[in-house]
Design a binder for this molecule. Sequence first.
Ligand code: FES
Length: 385
Amino acid sequence: MNDDGTTQEQESAALLSFYQWCKNAILDWEKNDTQSGKPLGHDVFLPLMTAQVTALPSGHEFFIEGADTILEAGLRGGLALNYGCSNGICGLCKARVISGEVKKMRQHDYVLTEAEKSLGYILSCCNTAVTDVTIEAEEAEGVYDIPEQQIPVRIKKIDHPNDEVIIVSAKTPRTKRLRFLAGQQAQLSFDDIGSGNYSIASCPCDDMNLQFHITNNSDDPVANHLNNDARVNDTIRLRGPIGSFTLNENSPNSLVFIAQDNGFAPVKGLIEHAMALDSAENIHLYWIASGNDGHYLHNLCRSWNDALDNFYYTRINDDGNNHWMEAFIADLRSNHDNPLALDYYLCAGQGITAQIGSYLAENGIPDSQLKTDTQMYSLQQGPGQ
Ligand code: FES
């Protein structure tokens, strides 16, 4: 019961009818507005609305809220929609409206032909939905559907959460964002300094804000430069994406992620993507690291654990005596009745990968349910590791 005596059901029903009234108000206004080309409702009502978008042929669904474009909402919902400039220039985000009402949010330079318009084509980066809509839109099905991109990104922040890791936050230009799949990596280079490949530790649902967890290795020129000379707003040349340590989105299984040290980087991207998709029944993260501050984003993992009913976090200390393996097996057995109904994603060094791989194989887990990336883990450590 609310303070004013109404029930929560009554409050929800009132809100729903208010949203519907807003949507109808916009549509009515637009029918009558022949002067400005920009209806009053655009500014007043769009920030309040929610609509459901269904993308065909995949059948993926997502919600669009407020003044988000269909493209922004789709990416936030975990879809790998086809796009390029995000700004109405390239035409790559073209989609066909099958049913429902959309609203153009901004003018675009890309010219749709009259035939395309009559068939219902729109640019998803320039339109929002004002009712529930169904669209036909291209989505990447795998890493080969994503072209290589070269983007100058700016350093936003450099953090040293412990002595071993440098966290770099970087921002792409608004009109040249990085299209990638969660878990992939990119090559970063500084002019006249050097380059290296590093996992992207952020989610494609936020394609302008990228994060990398780079090993603080003095043999790595990129790490050295970040430690000594690089400053906020400096440019890093990014080339990518690279790699195929990505989520199998067609699997109905719950997900187990196992990371060693900063093998957590791609795992973090995968977990954030799985959360955006919201399709896995359960997600369990095992993070194996040594020392008091080896789990350098422990608070983030704990906050996921506290906020989400279907997320579990187990922190495992690697004391160098293989006790981590006993702890991992005990926790897996006590929390998962059926280990055969899980998909495992493992980013660790060769030793841990071999031990966990053998254990899972001995327990009947098929190869197809274990995805590993030791190569990415070694690259993450930098040269000479
Ligand atoms: S992404 Fe380039 S026009 Fe929409």
